[in-house]
Every structure is written in structure tokens, then in C-alpha cells.
Write a protein that binds this ligand. Structure first.
Ligand code: ADP
Length: 545
């Protein structure tokens, strides 16, 4: 066929009228225009409506701008889930700068590393964290402007900065004219991974990805202007899995919560008529095992999205019994938080609760905003058969995958090798197209040549009523190479009520015998700063057993 000019390419150009960079900041303008008088943020007895909240964000942007902050700069914030943290998600990128939300569970040397590596020029910090921040600042070589947030609900700490946040906002112009990013590929946020294998890596997000992932959240979680979202997930974690922007996109209400404590969560759900919340399985587990007097009743059904680690089906089942509807999400820092969802199928409605819960404990299908997901053999990059058995690596390719790692081209290149983002998670593809994660590549146990999924054993352990938390790691064995070793925390008050033999027997009765742990250790489990169980610490412990 002769070359023919494409008529759809002629005089049909991208221009301001029909092509604008996607940015989640535009959600704030929308909510402020559409719902100016509706409650945007609740924090203790404080309330801001959307007009007030947007004004505070513009003031923040303007005050930063007056200090010379703009394109290519980094502004860090150390804050619990409080209004200043939400405002940072808008005010900082409105200047063209990049938001670096710090994990408040990190120690001073790691915080100093992050501030230095991310080249933050301003740090906004909640007074409660002044001890660790003071220590981190003492280690910094580069100058940084420190602004204190003197939150009325903060406990302890002192003011260590140059100025108080509210005074800083007053410096800013309430009518500051926000300019959308010139390019949607422009960086919006910098989030450091937990760095269990060396220095943390700085994951860079762009405006486009943040916009799209927030839209994906709103779609899969069914958010609307009547949604009341309780902040039980730290906003520093992947920008609260991009819900910091998603809730604003629909003009819902953000309910701040400084501590993820069941004694505060249940009353907040009742008092504010919360409709949606997110949390790692450990948060759900804490709620399920909270003392009865803390579990105050509420009338509505609360949608709770969980992810960040595999939720044991027993935990899903107990949340559902308490009046929550659980949605299972999977993702990582590199994918703006949630990337896959265990989408509900109507046929599952008739299943028993336990069977439902095991369907739901799979990581599922891609978000509608995730372009592609696959389970590939990392050596050949070929798809594994969808048989629910053949293990491969979960790989993603999407507009909702990070730009790359800051100042780390070799790590970026390795993560994107072969045109896919390598998650480092091993899983299977079921015949129905649902993905199930079996382990992180480093956590799989190889016993007598057989692969054993630590998650499968944990899933079985969680079904025992004297197990509140469990983690299984490989322990070296002369005979088998490796065997599973289980670390178990019984519920409070039940310590000593269960023996090693009982636990091993339970596993042998409910799984193939070779998968049963050969050793069980009772006690509390070591956690990372994002609340994940530190399996590498447990692996080290097995050497002393
Ligand atoms: P970090 O890597 O610092 O622990 P991330 O939040 O990026 O922090 O962790 C992402 C990892 O968490 C994934 O690679 C995966 O191993 C695990 N993960 C997240 N969601 C799930 C889930 N629903 N089921 C099982 N594992 C999950």
C-alpha cells in the first residue's frame, strides 16, 4: 500500500485548549470550587472546609516561594497524620518543588542520610519528633530551614526551628496563583524505601502517575463526596498510597489521626461516621485483637483496604465479622502504593466466610489505571503458565510506576530491565487471571529441593486461635538444606497456653507434612519502621537456635 498521510495527524495538534499536564493538585482547586463550605479536614475538634484548606495550601506554597523554593527543590516534612502533612501534599508541589514525606519511625542517622541525599532545603517538623530531628540535623552538612508545627494535639517535644508553621503560613499570600507543572512528568514526591539491604533508595513520583493512581483508588474503593476517610495509614507511606490526593479528588472528608491506636480508631469511626480507611494487615490485626471495651459499636459498614503485606485470611474474616468490608490491595513504593486489587466476583457471595477470605487473600488483578501486570520468568522474561503453581516474578509496566531512583542510575536500570519493573515478589498466576504472591524472592524456603512459601505456612498458623501474629523463615538444616522455622506471638493473656508440639501438629494436619515448621519460637516479632515483620532479624535468630 502506498504511503498515505494520516489525516488524523493533520492540523489536530496538542495545545493548551486540549492538552494539559495531569496533576493531582488540580483536585484541590476542584473541591474548593465545588464544595467550599463542606468539611475537608477534621483534626480533633478542629475543622477546615475546602475553601479554608485550599487557602492554607496556597499560603504554604507562597511562603515557600518567597523563600526561593521552586522547580527542582526538595521540601521535607516529618509529621504524623495531621493537617500540615496533608497541606504539604499540595502546597509544596504547587511551587514546583518535590515533597519528601519522612517516615517518623526512622532513626536519626537514616533521617540525616535521607535529608542529605534528597537535598532538602526546608524541613517542616512536628514538635513531637524534635528529639530525633535535632539529632539528625546535627549530622547534616548542608544548610536547611526548619519550620516547627506546634500541633495542639502533639505530646511533648519542643520547638527547634526558625519559625512556627502558622506564622510561616501568615507570610504567604492566600491568593497565590498556582501554576500547573509545565510537564506532567515533573517530579512531585520523593519517598525512600525502608532500606533493609543497605541505604534507602529514593523513589521519585511524577504528577501524572500521582494523578492516575489517585484516580485508580477513587474507582476501586468507590470514593465519593460523601466519603469520610479515616487516616489510619501513615501519610508518609507512598503518600498514604496516594489517598492524600484521592480523597480530595472526590471532595470527601479527611479525618486525621496522630496515632494508629484501636482505642482511638473505633471512637473516630463512630463519631465521624467514617466510611473508608486503609491499613497494613498488622493494623487490622491490632483492631481484631483489641480489648472488647475499646471496640465501640458503629452503625455503618466501613470499607477497609489492606495491603503492604499479605493479610492472613483469618484476619480478613475477623474484620468482616466486626462490620468491616475488606478490600485487598497489593503494591510497593515504586508503584505509588496500590497497583493490584483482589476484585470481588459476585459468585463468591455464596461462599462460606473462610472460603471467601481465602479467595480474598490473593493479590488479584491490575488496577484499572495499571497498564499491565504479568508473572514472568526473570531469566527468560517469558510468561509462566496460568496454572496457579508455576512461580515467577511479578512485573509491572504502567504510567503508575516511578520515574526511577534518585541519583541511582544503576538501581533504576536494574529495576526496569527488559522493559518491565521488577517487583522482587514471587508469585503465581491462577487460571482466573488472579495473581497470588508466594514470597519476596529472598523469603522463599527451599527444603529438600522443594519450594515452600513462608506465606502459606503463616496463613495456616493464623488460623490457630492461639496465634495472634506469625512469621516463618528458613532455618538451615543439615538434612534438608533449609526447613521452616515459625515465630509466633499468642494473643495477650494467652502466652503459655500453647506448645510448640501443638503448633507443629496443627500445621501437619492442615498442610503437606514437609511444609510444617520444624521449630516454633514464641514471643514478640521485630517490625520495620513501616510495621512489617523483619524476617532478616528472624533469620539471624535461627542461627542461635
Ligand atoms: P518496603 O519495600 O520498604 O518494605 P514497600 O511498601 O515498598 O516498602 O513494600 C512493598 C512490598 O510489600 C512488596 O514488594 C511486597 O513484598 C509486600 N506487599 C505489599 N502488599 C502486599 C500484599 N497485599 N500481599 C503480600 N505482600 C505485599
Amino acid at each position: 500500500m502506498a504511503d498515505k498521510a494520516n489525516i488524523y495527524e493533520q492540523n489536530l495538534d496538542k495545545q493548551q485548549a486540549n492538552f494539559r499536564p495531569l496533576s493531582p493538585i488540580s483536585f484541590l482547586q476542584w473541591s474548593a470550587q465545588v464544595y467550599p463550605n463542606k468539611t475537608a479536614v477534621i483534626h480533633g475538634e478542629k475543622r477546615f472546609n475546602w475553601a479554608e484548606f485550599a487557602e492554607r495550601c496556597r499560603r504554604l506554597a507562597s511562603a515557600l516561594n518567597k523563600r526561593g523554593i521552586g522547580l527542582g527543590d526538595t521540601v521535607a516534612i516529618m509529621s504524623p497524620n495531621a493537617p500540615a502533612m496533608l497541606e504539604a501534599h499540595y502546597g509544596i508541589p504547587m511551587t514546583g518543588a518535590v515533597l519528601n514525606a519522612l517516615n517518623f519511625r526512622l532513626d536519626a542517622p537514616t533521617l540525616a542520610f535521607i535529608l542529605e541525599h534528597g537535598e532538602a532545603r526546608v524541613l517542616i517538623t512536628d514538635r513531637e519528633f524534635s528529639p530525633v530531628i535535632k539529632e539528625a540535623l546535627a549530622e547534616l552538612k548542608s544548610p536547611i530551614t526548619v519550620i516547627d508545627v506546634d500541633d495542639h494535639l502533639a505530646e511533648g517535644g519542643e520547638l527547634i526551628g526558625e519559625m512556627d508553621y502558622e506564622t510561616f503560613l501568615k507570610e504567604g499570600d492566600p491568593d497565590f496563583e498556582w501554576q500547573p507543572p509545565v510537564e506532567e512528568w515533573q517530579a512531585i514526591a520523593l519517598n525512600y524505601t525502608s532500606g533493609t539491604t543497605g541505604n534507602p533508595k529514593g523513589v521519585v513520583y511524577h504528577h501524572r502517575g500521582a494523578f492516575l493512581n489517585a484516580m485508580g483508588n477513587a474507582l476501586v474503593f468507590g470514593l465519593s463526596h460523601s466519603s469520610v476517610y479515616l487516616w489510619t495509614l501513615p501519610m508518609f507511606h507512598c503518600n498514604g498510597w496516594t489517598f492524600t490526593w484521592a480523597v480530595t479528588a472526590v471532595g470527601g472528608t479527611h479525618v486525621c489521626l496522630r496515632q494508629t491506636d484501636p482505642a482511638k480508631i473505633f471512637p473516630a469511626i463512630r463519631d465521624h461516621r467514617v466510611t473508608h480507611m486503609c491499613g497494613a494487615p498488622i493494623v487490622l490485626n491490632m483492631m481484631a485483637h483489641a480489648p472488647d471495651e475499646q471496640k465501640v459499636a458503629f452503625e455503618q459498614t466501613v470499607d477497609v483496604a489492606t495491603g503492604g503485606a499479605a493479610p492472613p485470611s483469618a484476619v480478613i474474616a475477623s474484620m468482616e465479622r466486626m462490620g468491616f468490608k475488606v478490600l485487598h490491595l497489593y503494591g510497593l513504593t515504586e508503584s505509588y502504593g496500590p497497583a493490584t486489587i483482589c476484585a470481588w466476583q459476585d459468585e463468591w457471595d455464596d461462599l462460606e466466610l473462610d472460603d471467601k477470605a481465602s479467595k480474598m487473600s490473593r493479590q488479584g488483578v491490575r488496577y484499572p489505571t495499571l497498564f499491565e501486570q504479568a508473572i514472568l520468568n526473570p531469566d527468560t522474561m517469558a510468561q509462566v503458565p496460568a496454572d496457579g503453581e508455576t512461580i515467577g516474578e511479578l512485573m509491572l509496566s504502567s504510567n503508575t510506576v516511578m520515574k526511577g531512583y534518585l541519583k541511582n542510575p544503576s538501581a533504576t536500570e536494574a529495576a526496569f530491565a527488559g522493559g518491565w519493573f521488577h517487583t522482587g515478589d514471587l508469585g503465581v498466576m491462577h487460571p482466573d487471571g488472579y495473581v497470588e504472591i508466594k514470597d519476596r524472592s529472598k523469603d522463599i524456603i527451599i527444603s529438600g529441593g522443594e519450594n515452600i512459601s513462608s506465606l502459606e505456612i503463616e496463613e495456616c498458623l493464623y488460623k490457630h486461635d492461639k496465634v495472634m501474629e506469625a512469621a516463618v523463615v528458613a532455618m538451615s538444616s543439615e538434612k534438608w538444606g533449609e526447613t521452616p522455622c515459625a515465630f509466633v506471638t499468642p494473643p495477650p493473656g494467652s502466652e503459655g497456653d500453647v506448645t510448640e508440639v501443638e503448633i507443629i501438629e496443627w500445621c501437619r494436619d492442615h498442610m503437606a507434612h514437609f511444609k510444617a515448621p520444624t521449630k516454633v519460637v514464641f514471643g514478640p516479632l521485630p517490625k520495620t519502621s513501616t510495621g512489617k515483620i523483619q524476617k532478616f532479624v528472624l533469620r539471624d535468630k535461627t542461627e542461635e537456635l
